[in-house]
Every structure is written in C-alpha cells, then in structure tokens.
Ligand binder design. Sequence first.
Ligand code: NOJ
Ligand code: CA
Length: 552
Amino acid sequence: MALDRNPDWWRDAAVYQIYPRSFADSNGDGIGDLAGVTSRVPYLAELGVDAVWLSPFYPSALADGGYDVDDYCDVDPRIGTLADFDQMVAALHERGIRVIVDIVPNHSGAGHKWFQEALASPPGSPERARYVFRDGLGPDRSQPPSDWTAAFGGPAWEPVGDGQFYFHLFDPAQPDWNWHNPEVRAEFVRVLRFWADKGVDGFRVDVADSLAKDFSADPLPSAAEVALIPAGPDHPYYDRDEVHDIYAEWRAVFNSYDPPRAAVGEVWAEDPARRIRYANKNGLGQAFNFGLLLADFDAAEFRQLIDRDLAQDRATGSSSTWVLSNHDKMRHASRYGLPAVAGESREIARNWLLARGREPVEDTALGLARARAASLAIMALPGSVYLYQGEELGLREVADLPDDVRQDPTFRRSGGYDVGRDGARVPLPWSTDGPSFGFGAGAAHLPQPEWFARHAVSAEQADPNSTLNLYRRALAARRELLGRPEVQAVEVFEWVASPAGTLHFKLGPWHCLINFTADSGLAPPDGRLVVASAGFGRDGLLAAPGAAWVVV
Ligand code: NOJ
Ligand code: CA
C-alpha cells in the first residue's frame, strides 16, 4: 500500500508515537535507534496505524531526553545516521505509514553551535542576540534578572559569569531562542524545509505556545506578578499573539509542498478561544487536545471534554487529537488504577502518599480494564488519535525505578518530589525473554521490570484477548468504518441517551458504548458487534468497565 496524495490524511489519522531511544535497539547498545524502527515496520503495519510521530532523534546531550537539540538537521550518532533516517522513511512509506517529526523551536540544547558561539561572544554581540540574554541585577550584576522559576524547577535564569544571564523555560541545558531575531526565524524555515524535502509528512511542534516572548519590561515583573497574568497577549511568555505570525510563515512553507505538510502544536492553552488559533488552517492546522490526557475515567468528565473539543473543531474546521498517554505523563493504565489524591496529578499523588508513609496501591486489573475501554472510546471519536508506544500492549507505568537510573531532569530539579517521566519511557518488551525482552541484544538503557514479559509483543500476539489484538481489531475496523461515506465523523456525531455512568455515541451506523461504572449496565443496540474491550454478562449487558463498537 503506497501513500496517496490526500492532503487531509492527518484529520482522522491513527498516529503512533515512537520514543526512539526506547522502541527497538538494532545493535545491542541498549539504546533504541532508527534501524530498530525500520526493523519493526511490519509490526506497525500490522497494528494498523496511519502515521508515526518520532520524538527527537537529533544529536543531543540528553539533558531532557533529546528535547535539548544540538543540531536540528542531523541524527544522534547513538541513534543512527541520516541514511538510516531515509531508509526508515522509505520503509514506512512503502507500507502506507506517514512520518511526523518533532520540531523543538522554543529552545536548543546547550551544545548547539550557536549557543556555544553565544557563550564565547561578549554581551551585546549578534551571537548573544539569537538567545535571550540579559544583564544581572545588583551592583555586581550577580543577581538574576527576575525571580522566575523554570518548568522543571529551579531558577529560569542561568549566569554565564560576565554579568549576564540567559533564560531557559526548562532545563539550564535548554536555552530559549530569541524569536524576535530574523536569523532565528530563517534558520527554522531552513530546518522545516530540510525535513520536508526528505519526505517527512508532518511536524509536531514542541512547546508551540511559548516561542513569542516580551521581556522588554524593566525591571521584569516578579514571579508572583506573572502568576496573576493570564496566558495571552499580556503574559511575558505564554500564548502571546505574535506567536501566530511565526506559524503563518511556517504554513506558507508547509503549503509549498504537495501534499501540504501537516503540523500539530503542543498547546496547553486552556481558553478554547485562544487554543483554537493554533489549529487554524493559516497556522499549524491542528493543536493537541489534552483534556482526556488529564481527565479521570469518568463519564461526565469524558462527555464534557468531548463536547468541548468537538465544538472547537466545528468552529475552526480543524480536527481533534485524542490522547490518553504520551512520553510526558503517567501511562493511562496506571493513572486509572491509582487513587486520586487532593486534586493532584496521579504522578504527584503517588509521591504525596509515599511521603506520608502510605503505599499508593495500584489496582492493575481495574487500571487496564479502564484503559482498554477508554482507548476504544477515543478511537471512535471524530478526529485523529495519538497512541503512545506500549499502550497497545497495556503497559503500565514503571513506578519503582531506582533513583540512580532516573534520567528525567524533573526528578533532580524537584529534589525527588516529582519522580519524573522515566516510568513511561522504559524500553518496550518484544519477547518474553532475552537480556531486554527482545528490545535489543543487550541490557536496556532503563531497566525493565519482570512483569514486562507478560506484556511482550510475542505473548500478546498469541492471545486473542490481549490488548494488542484489541488495538489491531479496533484500528482495522476504524479504518474500514471511516472509509464509509455515511460516517462523516464530526458532521454526524451524535450522543445517544444512556444510563448514568455510561456513554453512548454514534457516527452514522457506528455506535460506541462505554460503561464507566459497575453500577449500571449497558445494553448494546441490535447490530453487528465489531469489537469489545470487555465481555457481556448473561443479562446481555456490557461488563464494566468496558466499551464496545456495534454497527447498526
Ligand atoms: C514538551 C515535551 O513533550 C517534553 O518531553 C519536553 O520536556 C518539553 N516539551 C521541553 O522541550
Ligand atoms: Ca542501538
């Protein structure tokens, strides 16, 4: 199946996120690589995904898992070469799978040539003007320009020893670019063209809402003052209006290709009116909807978020991105199996409990049953669906990694309070034995727990009720159903009345039923049962938690 030229492929694509260092290791050094991805193209084709999105594979010091990019137009030698990249793209395209790469335009890595030049150049030089440098405060300029903190904890300003500081929204090894500088703008156009010319089909834009900054105030407002400014035109760095000038320029680049290159922004803006500006067809075209990534497994919450996101689609002509797991969040099979605490995220809740000597008890069976149901739900919703590697195996978070193997800077910078994201980035198990469960011929760069064997691809392939086979059936059915003219996704989406604690929606003849609680049963409509995440009781009601698709 070769690629067609459909310019709208991204609207309802099933996109599989690959975290390259943890997917498949072809040479046994413990680090996943591009040749490993190529070797697993048959697996991806059989799974039935339409596209893959690769998290960064660029040369990097790995201060933030590769989101500290030292060279935007190359491949980290530990992961492969540009020739490996071309081979991988060819193999994926051959099987009809499109390729999305991650662009990280808010910051580079500290090892980037231009940042090294900036450090070697004096204050006020054009080299420093590519980043966000500013004089320190106080008589000897030893104090940071403001008391702002970085997203990973600690100060957001790093001194360079000559009275100046540079700004980093994330780790000190991730200096922010100065997007007021035309040289920076031109450089990213070059980077986008480099990958688009290589046949890349789309881009995932990291931290898409923070590129534009206004640090012209003198003195800068305090952290307490900034906290009161809503994201938007008055905020110094979140969701400023001028960011859309950058994406309008990028859109012109994307549209100069046939088919036009797609883009999806990582956008956390909560205000729907502002969020949809990123999804505009004159901008990136699509912006992540993270509602369900953070939501509980709860019928009312799901319904409210689905309504909200579909309304945004209708307003913009864009399409939603449904996502339950990614490399930044606790895997949803664990999130749904842990108790909620004090309104905190599950990651933090776990630590909150541990700090109080209470074991955070994870109900793994419940978590997995809920995860399977929720995954079926999102695969039936109008829009594209983003699946994170390993969720098709029902993998849980690896919660008990020893402190000394943790790589995520949040762990260190939060003094261990936030354990960080490594638990979702443990290399995949492909077989039930071997030094790294078939990930590679050597030990994996993050240790895999024994229970990974039960979720190995080889084991799940052989089990008709496995999560892997559930995903395969669902993705195959989804593709077939989306091809039918009467399933015009958002135009025909409709809720069907159902008991409390359940949801039921349909797209033309395609019905999706979800039973969130055990309190109420859910009777499927008459029709052909396509796929179900759980069984039906003797009473003919869908077991809870569970979801099923029926074609009427
Ligand atoms: C969002 C990415 O998904 C995350 O992994 C990264 O740490 C930050 N952006 C900074 O690049
Ligand atoms: Ca390797």
